[in-house]
Unconditional design. Sequence first.
Length: 411
Amino acid sequence: MFNLAKYGVIKVMIHRILYFIFMISLAQLSWIATLRAETIDKLQFSGFARVVMGYLDDKNAEYLGYDNSVSFDQESLIGVQVDYQLLDELAFTGQLIGHTGKERDSGVEWLYLTYAPTNKLKLKLGRQRTPFLNYSDVIDVGYAYPWATLPQQIYPRHFFSTFDGLMANYEITGKEFVMNIEGYWGYFEDKIVVSERVMNAKTNDFSGVISVVNYKNWTFRGSYHRGKTSIELDELTEFSGLLGQLGFIQSAESLATAGLTEVFQLSANYENLNYFIRTELNRIQADFVLVPDTDGYSISTGYNYFPFSTYIVYSKNKTQYEQPASDIPVGLSPQLDVIAFSYQEIFNQLPVDSSEAFTIGTRWDLKAGLALKGEVSWINGEETDRAYFSINDPSFDRKATLYLLALEWVF
């Protein structure tokens, strides 16, 4: 016989179990919602892009890839950055860039962890931007600087832009100044373009120290970088080996494809609401044949009249190679003459990129995060030098005008 009393007890138990399951479900939903909210709060996406149109007014040469036809595919790009706060002291950063230019591959530009044990100390581990120069960190973010492009005379395109390793940053705060000191160590291994040739390069014991001081409206920066660099160029290595076997040691050593590379940099910037002055100089020197010693400097001044600013820039650099050795005798035999001629021809073909450029331009901030820039640069080099031009006609006089129009934005 069915017991109504037992049924009532069972009903109450079922209700309690259902209620318990319901409360657990609510708790799970609440936890999931909280987790999603925390994840969204800790995860941030940002990005930048630029569309650059260029035209060179001479059919006999190219400059930075621009020729006498309108081009959009030399410096246009888009980048997306992801930042995720893993813990209070630990964060992840990744940056992906798509380039239209032929000399740079698209892909991962940044991929590192940041550990900040204090408000003043930060440690970064992974793939990072190499902080050679004043604008190295933002070289792809055109919105971050007033010009349409950074001057080739002090920002050479063949330099490796990233490294894999460890960087430490420490901040010192005074009553009237803030100083940041950075040091890094790591390595680089990738393809680079030197003397219009693509080759594999490797840099070990890659290190540097950077100091930045902000004082009132002034910003001062100084840095030193060094690394042991080697490049792969089989024909040069084989010829150097042949010279060594023949006993021409000085000539063989002068064709080294590995050695110490050093970069020295100084800059001083002044800026207020009305105008700015920005100066930078650097020296690049290497102990192997294909990379010349280069001294460059740039000075720029501009006037701000929101939403516009107008600027002028003068930049200049001088490059020179080590002189060839003279231990191969000439005139003793036809065979030695051929070797001496081949050796000398290597140095004769090395491109000398000494040049100067004068630029005027205007920036129009259409709205927050979006700017339009237009500029004209007059480039001048010696007729015996390459001066960063890719020359199509030997009669080209190393003088040309470059027109640029750039749309820059961050999002």
